[in-house]
Design a protein. Structure first.
Lengths: 359, 359
DNA sequence: CTGTTAGCGCTTTCAT
DNA sequence: ATGAAAGCGCTAACAG
């Protein structure tokens, strides 16, 4: 039906090359549409792609469009990609952590990529044994993707391992080659934290965060030192594994060590659970004895026994901006770092309160 | 250097078609290796692919291998895919929720796919406005992927919307067409829950879970009815949004309604936070007044004010098994449902205790 | 204005 | 044991 011409019926499939999943006839090709519509394939191609400088008889256009629709024509992305040397896919290298930031980041990226007509293939960066960015450039070299979104957690060594030969962008971290970073305003987040605590009369703050070779951690630490100094606050830094255990251990050690700052900033939500548990176990009241602020926002924070104040970062925006930046690189735009500032805000809950009266 | 033959130097790039990202020379092709090694491209192809029935002079093989390595040859996945009509990619449709189950599932799938030589492209299923599975079959029809991993949350309508024309597998849910489901033993999980509470002398259980049109929820509810009945326990079911709010609201309503079961099972970790908060707000002790068990395991549960007992499901195994099953479909194996049983276990923490003495 | 043609990079029969 | 050639489905330069 609706396909009177040659390649439909005829001999019983002239050497069909491969899988024919039980009852699915071979997908319609451009040439099928062309012969059914009685025109040449190139004409069909032009019509279907809306070639600007073309003026075909409207009735012909209509016929082509109808035929294509009837036959359920789908352009073969492979053939197109081979021809045009662009796959329409991006590869996203990401550490698959429980931490909700990655989900929000991923969502922002996927959505924007979809809007811009790109598919996204995910590669997990093993949290233990992270690989250098160049380990993923084969994806572009093999024409599986047009560019790389690099969101591995580590700060880079500074050696160019060849990744710079392919379009790429570092997401939520800074890479060794300038102009390819898409990051958030970690310093701004820390400033929000410091300002808030200063306004509550705290004189000493502690930042518990991940390993120092994580770029976001590094930047938060720098900012904490700077802003606390500017306010004349004493600042302590503790690095720990970005896990509940990490937060727990550090806090325990700290509590046994005498002098405890009156305000804690915690880098990741996983650590936060450990910190809160350790505080609770030690009988330290929150916020009575110590105030706590999380640098990861998550809705569950509002439902904890002591609802936790947090800094909410623009993660979806980061993901989207990273996609935009990468596509710009792919299209040949000059490199240029991107800093996402908005929206970022403090979500005030119960865990940060006035500094305890000084002894 | 190391490339003495024709296509290297010569005229200044004879109409290079497209992007040449600043300093990267054109990727080596099979023909480049061939001419550099002084053999025909088909020979190179055979050698590089380890063609079984081939007997070339070892020295020739060596020369080809060396040349390929020297030139950093990468097979063009596009060309290969076009030729062989298999892309080597799977598409994974997933709702990007904060719930940690999806991360673990995704990780299991990505890892197994990698082992089996497949790339995975992710598509987010919008949580609101979910689309029917057939909405994603274009990915296969356009030759972007060889098959579909469908992990959308909804139970299916039963209408075949055309997805059955392409290799696919439902992950953590059952689809309308038999033989394509890869699911975990939700009933077994519920049984673990019921048995545990029965052993603690509870006589009535409540299951707070997501919307009833979510397949996992549906199965847990069926199982709860069945196993509770078998033990002569009274069972109550409450459906709520799979969020903190959902858990909170339901629990509040329940507490104001008189008669409260002595044991709660909670379907998702997000709801769990809401449930615990509502219990706390109402002054109901856990586990003194009510015992609570989560059907989502997450490490943070061990660090809450009352550490929460949970059922730990084999999510990574589910993801891996789904990939295996899909690849089997792609390779033409007959359809067959998969049920993941192992490993599954109860993690006993503090939130489930003996039933309070009866009034 | 539309058709012809070449060819993207690879695999795979077929021929030598 | 290796080479020749066809062709996957599409697009774009060039003809007519």
């Amino acid at each position: 039906m609706g396909n009177g011409t040659e390649p439909a019926a005829g001999p019983p499939a002239p050497a069909q090359r491969r899988r024919a999943p039980a009852g699915s006839r071979r997908a319609a090709r451009l040439v099928d549409i062309a012969s059914a519509a009685g025109v040449h394939v190139s004409t069909v191609s032009r019509v279907l792609n809306g070639d600007p400088g073309l003026s075909i008889r409207p009735e012909t256009i209509e016929r082509i469009l109808t035929t294509a629709r009837t036959q359920g024509y789908r352009p073969n992305a492979l053939a197109r990609a081979l021809r045009q040397d662009r796959t329409g896919a991006l590869a996203f290298v990401i550490p698959l952590l429980r931490n909700p930031i990655w989900v929000r980041l991923q969502r922002g990226a996927l959505q924007r990529a979809g809007e811009r007509g790109y598919a996204v293939m995910m590669m997990e960066e093993p949290t233990e044994a992270p690989r250098p960015p160049g380990a993923y450039r084969y994806l572009v070299e093999e024409s599986r993707a047009d560019g790389l979104l690099l969101a591995t957690a580590l700060r880079l060594t500074g050696t160019d391992d060849g990744v710079s030969a392919v379009p790429h962008v570092y997401v939520n971290r800074r890479g060794p080659d300038p102009g390819n970073d898409v990051v958030m305003d970690e310093a701004g987040a820390v400033r929000l934290f410091v300002d808030h605590l200063a306004s509550l009369d705290h004189r000493s703050v502690l930042l518990i965060d991940g390993p120092r070779d994580v770029d976001t951690v590094y930047r938060r630490v720098q900012a904490a030192r700077k802003y606390a100094a500017a306010r004349g606050m004493q600042v302590t830094i503790r690095h720990a594994a970005a896990t509940e255990e990490g937060g727990w251990d550090t806090t325990q050690r700290l509590l046994h060590g005498g002098q405890v700052p009156s305000a804690f900033g915690v880098g990741s939500i996983n650590q936060l659970f450990g910190v809160l548990a350790a505080l609770r176990a030690a009988g330290a009241g929150v916020p009575g004895d110590v105030s706590v602020v999380s640098f990861d926002e998550d809705e569950c924070l509002a439902f904890l026994d002591v609802p936790v104040t947090s800094v909410c970062m623009p993660l979806a925006e980061l993901g989207a901006a990273a996609v935009d930046a990468l596509i710009a690189r792919i299209e040949g735009s000059p490199a240029s770092d991107v800093l996402i500032r908005e929206p970022m805000h403090l979500i005030t809950r119960a865990s940060a309160g006035p500094a305890p009266a000084r002894h």
